[in-house]
Design a protein around this ligand. Structure first.
Ligand code: COA
Length: 150
């Protein structure tokens, strides 16, 4: 299923928070944090639309080079999952990140979330280290990296 991908603006805050609240149980992005990201953050916030409705979003952080870019968050509404929407958002975002001159991009994922790791592995990300107690309740994370110059 193809989605229309565009840069988000502050007009999209309620749609993005709706997705956030429906897709994550903990460690959700707050309204305050989202406003900061959309107005002052060094980041790219993308939304994916279907039938003029926002069904997914994705946030990339852009630290000062030569630090690696970071895929900070991605979510797709439950009814729209398994249709390749996350992969479209990642592919679109990576093109922008490469154009900005980044050589590498990193992300963190829960060690227990094998389905999510599978998507990143399919996109070429590799595990570079374990992050003990990275998440709430001392849950372990994995840091994954994609070499964009390969
Ligand atoms: C992780 C997430 C963004 C994936 O979005 P998506 O649009 O379903 O992903 P895609 O369709 O592009 O790719 C999904 C791949 O994993 C499989 N998959 C993962 N979750 C799935 C689901 N809920 N239903 C069906 N397939 C799923 C698909 O089979 C596909 O693999 P394939 O290409 O080999 O068939 C989405 O499940 C989600 O929003 N989860 C909750 C939030 C989250 O955990 N975000 C990531 C951490 S920040």
């Amino acid at each position: 299923m193809t989605v229309k991908i565009r840069n988000a603006s502050t007009k999209d805050i309620s749609s993005i928070l709706f997705i956030e609240n429906n897709c994550f149980l903990s460690e959700k992005i707050s309204q305050r944090q989202l406003i900061y990201l959309l107005t002052k953050g060094k980041c790219i916030v993308l939304v994916g639309e279907k039938y003029s409705k926002i069904v997914s979003y994705c946030i990339y952080l852009k630290p000062t080079l030569p630090k690696p870019a970071r895929l900070y968050s991605i979510a797709v509404l439950e009814n729209f999952r398994g249709k390749g929407i996350a992969k479209q958002l990642i592919t679109y975002g990576l093109k922008n990140i490469i154009l900005l001159g980044y050589n590498r991009i990193r992300l963190e994922v829960r060690s227990s979330e094998l389905n999510v790791q599978k998507i990143y592995t399919q996109m070429g990300f590799e595990v570079i280290c374990k992050l003990p107690s990275y998440y709430e309740n001392s849950k372990e994370g994995l840091r994954m990296e994609l070499n964009l110059k390969k």
